[in-house]
Design a protein around this ligand. Structure first.
Ligand code: SF4
Ligand code: SF4
Length: 159
């Protein structure tokens, strides 16, 4: 896997060109989900999340009731205990993990509740979702954390 230790710097350097691309291609992007999905698949095959885990170390995904219930089942505790032991409410009023790196991240970068992980963890970095154009700007921000987001945008703007 390509090394991404200096991802933040690389991303900051590339972000103006990503935003410029967005400005120029906003309308076209609305019809480019299939293309973006193909790039996502190609990049995901090349980048091993187990060698990265940046998202699990630094981002706090929002968690909803269904996430909490699923986690409670997996941990064999009550949903209220999930909240009191692992979560806090952030400035937007959403539940997020109390501490980062995430308490469920293991030393080998595996997730100890992988099958029951929150929806936001499953979907991050969202580069394979429909209506990608709507989250383009969020993806530009995510390039600072996620090599997949960075590579997807890099390849997209080169097309
Ligand atoms: S930051 Fe991106 S590449 Fe790294 S583990 Fe998370 S999803 Fe995978
Ligand atoms: S629950 Fe699992 S996938 Fe989600 S942040 Fe924690 S370690 Fe990562």
């Amino acid at each position: 896997m390509k090394r991404y230790e200096n991802l933040r710097l690389l991303a900051e350097k590339a972000q103006p060109s990503f935003l410029q691309y967005y400005k120029k291609n906003k309308k076209r992007l609305a019809k480019m989900d299939t293309e973006v999905q193909e790039i996502h698949d190609e990049v995901s095959d090349e980048i091993d999340c187990l060698l990265c885990a940046n998202c699990c170390r630094t981002l706090g995904p929002a968690l909803y009731d269904k996430d909490i219930e699923r986690m409670a089942k997996a941990l064999r505790i009550k949903p209220a205990e999930v909240v009191s032991s692992y979560l806090r409410i952030d400035e937007d009023g959403d539940y997020v993990f109390r501490s980062m790196p995430c308490s469920f991240l293991l030393p080998d970068n595996y997730c100890s509740i992988y099958e029951s992980r929150p929806k936001a963890c499953r979907e991050y970095p969202h580069t394979d979702r429909k209506k990608f154009e709507q989250i383009f700007k969020l993806t530009v921000k995510n390039t600072e954390t996620c090599p997949i987001a960075y590579e997807v945008l890099l390849r997209l703007v080169k097309k």
